[in-house]
Design a protein around this ligand. Structure first.
Ligand code: URQ
Ligand code: ZN
Ligand code: ZN
Length: 481
């Protein structure tokens, strides 16, 4: 019997339901889900009594090995996917980000090469950082031949990878033709640059200058603009790392008007506030420099409500690790502190502890927010994101009463600090399986470098355009004179 695993005695939780059922895995696939299943001869039996059996987490936003702001993230695809598995995440969606002028396909191939060392599955959003006919053509090739169905646009980072309105409009229009999804980092890049200069020239050079130069309206303006561009061009939109009320309101407005807009929230933005930037220790304050920045507690409460109300659909980490020495590249000028924090290992336990244990989310809503919705939005469902016959056997035995003291001293992430340092969470992955193989058990990793596979994500039929009928009445009208 190809390696068979029978997970017995657990409660299976999908985005739809909680059911007392056993799960049989044969090879890389789930082959049976139901009560009182028998173990085939030679099968390994895992006892899930008292535990939940959930789909492996999907983190739709990571940056392993990213060259950025004059350095490269410390986490690579081997260590990053290992840390992800230790936290219950079995698929990451990373980013291939071409420099302006660089072929999108060339960048995509580079990231594919780097990702071959992954221990669990991965796929890529491809960023559009410039525009000409070659970009237009390559977007089509990436969709047709490489299983890419989502294109990223950074509305911030002027002078580096920022997409201005010309790039946004051309790329959104092209994505609509292809049946692809557009994602955005929504901050007004021009405002950021000018506010950074104003604050720096006022004598503020430390990490506290970072949040002051990117207040919520800078994010809200861009999020709103992105929804209107997407509406005009009839393309579905996914807004990454919403950190504040202003962005949430932009998404809510669009969704309530019938537009196809999705929102992502980072686990860290839900539980960490902007007081971190006023730590007297420069290094500690700089550890939290990421964009959009951490916000005040009122924004966190709104983000939780957005998640509960279904205005935000996914959770992610934006795992983008720069060690302390790298952060110190910005000592004396906060504008030069590499932007990014870690967390790929901590997302699910933080969300269970602060979401399910506090009654904000049901176990099914937790599964939706950590796995199923990302699978659906990025067209990997039901291969990923559920516990069902025929799905990949990405499965986590989730111990709802297990506890974890989060610390840089015990995490598996390749970074010398942890933004949740000292936080004790309840709800932990006891066992993580990736396509039927146990990679995490008894607090130990058992991974194989390169065992991870690239996940093709087919484009959607351009039915998105017909569905988005708000503008249907605004068809071109010609007057015969
Ligand atoms: O902006 C992003 O998503 C990347 C460059 C990670 N850094 C960050 O501060 N969010
Ligand atoms: Zn971003
Ligand atoms: Zn990011």
């Amino acid at each position: 019997m190809a390696n068979a695993v029978l997970i017995k005695g657990g409660t299976v939780v999908t985005a739809e339901a909680e059911t007392r059922a056993d799960v049989l895995i044969q090879g890389e696939i789930i082959t049976a889900v139901g009560p009182n299943l028998d173990a085939p001869a030679g099968a390994r039996v895992l006892d899930a009594g008292g535990a939940y059996v959930i789909p492996g987490g999907i983190d739709p936003h990571t940056h392993m090995e990213l060259p950025f702001m004059g350095t490269t993230t410390s986490e690579d695809f081997f260590t990053g996917t290992s840390a992800a598995v230790a936290g219950g995440t079995t698929t990451i969606i990373d980013f291939a980000i071409p420099n302006p002028g660089q072929s999108l396909i060339e960048a995509y191939q580079s990231w594919r090469g780097w990702a071959e060392k992954s221990v669990a599955d991965y796929t890529f959003h491809v960023a559009v950082t410039w525009w000409n006919d070659k970009v237009r053509e390559e977007m089509g090739v990436l969709c047709r031949d490489h299983g890419v169905n989502s294109f990223k646009h950074f509305m911030a980072y002027k002078g580096a990878i920022m997409a201005d309105d010309e790039v946004l409009v051309n790329s959104f229009r092209r994505a609509a033709e292809l049946g692809a999804l557009c994602t955005v980092h929504a901050e007004n890049g021009e405002l950021v640059v000018q506010l950074q200069k104003q604050i720096f020239e006022a004598g503020i050079s430390g990490p506290e200058g970072h949040p002051q130069s990117r207040p919520p309206m800078v994010e809200g303006e861009a999020a709103h603009r992105a929804t209107r561009l997407a509406e005009a061009l009839k393309v579905p939109l996914y807004v990454v790392h919403n950190s504040c009320i202003d962005a949430l309101e932009a998404i809510t407005r669009a969704r309530l008007s019938g537009q196809i807009v999705f929102g992502e929230v980072l686990a860290q933005h839900l539980v960490i506030d902007d007081s971190v930037y006023y730590n007297k220790d420069w290094n500690t304050a700089a550890h939290y420099v990421m964009s959009p920045p951490f916000r005040s507690k009122e924004h966190q409460a709104a983000l939780w409500r957005g998640l509960q109300a279904g205005m935000l659909q996914t959770t992610a980490t934006d795992h983008c690790c720069f060690c302390t020495e790298q952060k110190r590249m910005g000592f004396g000028d906060f504008r030069k502190i590499p932007n990014g924090t870690g967390g790929v290992e901590d997302r699910m336990t933080v969300l269970w502890s602060h979401g399910v244990r506090t009654g904000k989310l049901s176990p099914s809503e937790f599964v939706a927010a950590t796995s199923a919705n990302a699978a659906r939005i990025f067209n990997m469902y039901p291969r990923k994101g559920t516990i069902a016959v025929g799905a990949d056997a990405d499965v986590v035995i989730w111990d709802p009463e297990g506890t974890r003291l989060i610390s840089k001293d015990t995490h598996h992430q390749k970074i010398d600090f942890n933004i949740y340092e000292g936080m004790t969470t309840t709800g932990v992955p006891a066992v993580t399986l990736s396509r039927g193989k146990v990679l995490w058990e008894n607090g130990q990793l058992d991974v194989v470098r390169g065992a991870g596979k690239y996940v093709d994500r087919p484009c959607f039929a351009p039915f998105w355009q017909t569905q988005n009928t708000r503008n249907a009445h605004r068809l071109p009208v010609k007057v015969d004179r």
